[in-house]
Design a protein around this ligand. Structure first.
Ligand SMILES: NC(=O)c1ccc[n+]([C@@H]2O[C@H](COP(=O)([O-])OP(=O)(O)OC[C@H]3O[C@@H](n4cnc5c(N)ncnc54)[C@H](OP(=O)(O)O)[C@@H]3O)[C@@H](O)[C@H]2O)c1
Length: 269
C-alpha cells in the first residue's frame, strides 16, 4: 500500500477498527470510516485530516444495501478503493443450553453476513485496483472455547470465506488476508449478546493478557501491506493456533478443563 491509497474499514468507531484507521492514516492512506455511531466516526475523520483525507459513513453491516451505498459514497469522494477491512463484529456469549436460535442468527447476521456483504460490495472496486481485502476473524476460528459456540462458529465461517476468496480472487489480482486476533483491548467484552454496549461492565479478561488495540493495528497494517494470507495477532493467540495445529488432543483436554472450571449450572452443559 502506498501514500494516498484508499482503505474502507467497517466498525471504525471503536477498538481495533478505530486504531487501524489511525495507523493506516499515519502511513499516508485516505480512510472511509464505516459504523453506526457516526458521532464517533465524524470526530475521527476530522482528526484524520478532514474531507480530503477521511470520510465518515453511517453503515450498519446487517442492513441490505448499506454496504453498496457506502462503497458508492467512497468512490464518489476518493475515486478508488485499494484496501478493505471487514472488521465490524461482536460476541454472543453463553453455553448452547442458554441460547436460542435467534441468538445464533443475530451473531451470524453481523459477523458472517456483514463480512459477506462487505466482500460482495467491494469485489469490483478492489479488482479495479488489484487491491487487498481483509476480514477480522479471531483465534476462535482455531480454538473453540466452551461457552462461545455462536462466536466460534461465526469466526470459523469468516476463516473459511477468507481461505476460499484467497484462491477465488487471486486471478483478479486481489489479495485476501485473514486476521485472527487473540485478546485485544477494546469494547467488545462490554457489549452484551444483544449487541448493546454496557458502559460500566467489567472486562472478564485480565489486562495483562490483552494486547493494546494500537499494537494490534500495527501488526494488521503490516499484514495488509505484505498481502499475507493469514495474520494471527497476540502471543497467546499464536501459541493456541500452534497447539490447534500440532497438538489438537492436548488443546481439547485444556478446553475440557476450562469447561469444568467454569462449573456450568445444572443442565447447562
Ligand atoms: N478485541 C478482541 O479481543 C478481539 C479478539 C478477536 C477478534 N476480534 C474481532 O475484532 C473485530 C473488532 O472488534 P473490537 O474488539 O474492536 O470490538 P469493539 O471495540 O466493540 O468494536 C466493534 C466495532 O464494530 C462495529 N459494529 C458492531 N456491529 C456493527 C454493525 N451491525 N454494523 C456496523 N458496525 C458494527 C462497532 O461500531 P458501531 O457500534 O458504531 O456500529 C465498532 O466500531 C470484531 O470482528 C471482533 O470479533 C476482537
Amino acid at each position: 500500500m502506498k501514500r494516498d491509497d484508499v482503505v474502507l474499514i467497517t466498525g471504525a468507531s471503536a477498538g481495533i477498527g478505530e486504531a487501524l484507521a489511525v495507523e493506516l492514516s499515519s502511513r499516508g492512506l485516505r480512510t472511509a470510516l464505516l459504523a453506526r455511531r457516526t458521532d464517533r466516526t465524524e470526530r475521527l475523520a476530522a482528526r484524520l485530516g478532514g474531507d480530503a483525507r477521511s470520510l465518515a459513513i453511517a453503515c450498519d453491516v446487517t442492513v441490505e444495501g448499506a454496504l453498496d451505498e457506502a462503497v458508492a459514497l467512497t468512490l464518489q469522494r476518493f475515486g478508488r478503493i485499494d484496501a478493505v477491512v471487514a472488521n465490524a463484529g461482536f460476541g454472543v456469549d453463553g453455553a448452547l443450553a442458554r441460547l436460542s436460535l435467534d441468538d445464533y442468527r443475530r451473531q451470524f447476521e453481523t459477523n458472517v453476513f456483514g463480512v459477506l456483504r462487505t466482500a460482495m460490495a467491494t469485489r469490483a472496486p478492489l479488482a479495479a485496483t488489484r487491491g487487498v481485502f481483509a476480514a477480522v476473524g479471531s483465534v476462535s476460528a482455531y480454538v473453540s472455547a466452551p461457552g462461545a459456540s455462536a462466536y466460534n462458529m461465526s469466526k470459523g465461517a469468516v476463516r473459511s470465506l477468507c481461505e476460499t476468496l484467497n484462491a477465488e480472487w487471486a486471478p483478479a489480482g486481489v489479495a485476501v488476508v485473514h486476521i485472527a486476533p487473540g485478546f485485544v483491548s477494546s469494547e467488545i467484552r462490554k457489549v452484551d449478546r444483544k449487541g448493546q454496549l454496557r458502559e460500566g461492565a467489567k472486562d472478564p479478561v485480565p489486562g495483562w493478557l490483552q494486547l493494546s488495540a494500537e499494537a494490534a493495528a500495527r501488526e494488521i497494517a503490516d499484514a495488509l501491506s505484505a498481502r499475507r494470507a493469514e495474520a494471527v495477532i497476540t502471543g497467546h493467540g499464536k501459541a493456541l493456533v500452534w497447539l490447534s495445529r500440532r497438538a489438537p488432543a492436548v488443546l481439547r483436554q485444556l478446553l475440557k478443563l476450562m469447561a469444568r472450571q467454569a462449573r456450568p449450572s445444572k443442565g447447562e452443559g
